[in-house]
Ligand binder design. Structure first.
Ligand SMILES: [Fe+2]
Length: 386
């Protein structure tokens, strides 16, 4: 096996690579797109890859751009690994962990950039066969491995654990097939073509940017604020730590049905939703994917199974939704699923040559007795689906 990494540096220098504390080798690295490859013996369940730059000069920048195992690169910047990156000066006097988005780090001299794999990523990734797929296919390949991995042991452990630590749970609530068809029709006939957005937090600032991973996938709001207020709602739900704080940030924003869908209004009522913020499409166009990623809502509000709700509106035999620990999710069209997306990595694909795959994502405060009751009943009824 080999570990590869690409760096952007202020000056060319030597790097030492350590995997789980063992030195794998040392190499010279170019300043721009400096790539290194080190042979490694193998991985543990949780791993630490460190790149040590002992000759880095004062105030020199070290940026890790990508890291890969056996030619399967997984770009760091599209957020998959950002929360597992840390940097420190060589004397370890100032470790900095990127709890937010990773960006280049300026060092005061010799420094270390490390990547921690806190969850056993290698279950679906590291233990696979070597491949030399073209760069654009690598996310697709990683997703495919993620979907196909046999999760037996992890699944057993998760199912035996607390209910709220499940990655996903079907609820005893469902839209009928006719309603799903007409909702999908709203998307297909809408002429608006706004990009789907995501929140990034950098230096404490929240910004809403087009989600490049989903660049082909349109965003359409069924319920929520107008376009101008959308970033505020996205920010409030992604960064607030109490409902009060969230409500404060949302003061004065008008939430309304952009398209009236009586079946959805009834569903919101039936679920016992306390405050509804948004119902939006999450579509995947033919032959497209949503790469493996984690969501960014704060866990203080959108926690566990009260994270977000997901409804598959149209599906086909070439579509998959996969979660860490569960793998390919059994999809029942129109059924509401609790979607624990900020705790577990997930990804989706639509390999159908012509059909769009539609799903709805509901952002809401579901802290209500009725929702709790529904959750408990659904847990008894649908745990065996996982
Ligand atoms: Fe997600």
């Amino acid at each position: 096996m080999q570990v590869h990494a690409t760096f952007e540096l202020s000056h060319a220098q030597t790097v030492f690579c350590y995997v789980n504390g063992h030195l794998c080798g040392t190499q010279e690295v170019d300043a721009t797109n400096g790539s290194v490859t080190f042979p490694i013996e193998g991985f543990w369940e949780r791993n630490m890859i460190s790149f040590v730059f002992p000759t880095n000069r004062r105030q020199s920048v070290i940026q890790i751009k990508d890291v890969g195992i056996d030619n399967l690169y997984y770009s760091i910047l599209p957020r998959v690994f950002h929360d597992n990156i840390y940097v420190s000066n060589l004397d370890q006097s100032s470790e900095h962990v990127f709890t937010e988005l990773y960006h280049a780090h300026q060092f005061e001299g010799p420094g270390v950039v490390g990547v921690r794999y806190e969850w056993p990523l290698e279950e679906w990734y590291f233990r696979q066969q070597t491949t030399d797929a073209p760069a654009e296919d690598k996310q697709r390949l990683a997703l495919s491995r993620f979907i196909n991995y046999g999760w037996t042991d992890t699944k057993k452990r998760l199912k035996a654990g607390p209910m709220h630590e499940l990655p996903i749970l079907p609820l005893d609530a469902k839209l009928d097939a006719g309603d799903c068809d007409s909702i999908a029709g709203i998307f297909d006939t809408d002429t608006g073509n706004e990009p789907q957005m995501k929140t990034v937090i950098q230096d404490g600032q929240t910004r809403l940017v087009p989600d490049l991973a989903l660049k082909e996938n349109k965003r359409l709001t069924l319920f929520g604020p107008n376009s101008a207020d959308y970033p505020k709602v996205h920010e409030a739900t992604a960064t607030s730590h109490t409902w009060q704080e969230c409500e404060q940030k949302l003061q004065g924003i008008d939430f309304y049905w952009h398209h009236r869908v009586p079946a959805l209004e009834q569903l919101v009522e039936a679920l016992g939703i306390k405050t509804l913020y948004a119902i939006e499409f999450r579509t995947i166009l033919p032959r497209s994917i949503q790469p493996v990623h984690g969501d960014h809502e704060t866990k203080s509000l959108f926690n566990g199974l009260k994270n977000r709700l997901y409804i598959p509106i149209s599906w086909n035999e070439h579509s998959n939704l996969a979660f860490y620990g569960v793998g390919n999710v059994k999809i029942d069209l129109g059924r509401v699923y609790c979607f624990n997306g900020n705790a577990y990595k997930h990804g989706a694909r639509n390999n159908h040559p012509t059909k769009i795959r539609h799903a709805l994502l509901i952002t809401a405060n579901v802290d209500s007795e009725r929702f709790d009751k529904l959750l408990q009943e659904s847990y008894k009824k649908f745990l065996s689906w996982l």
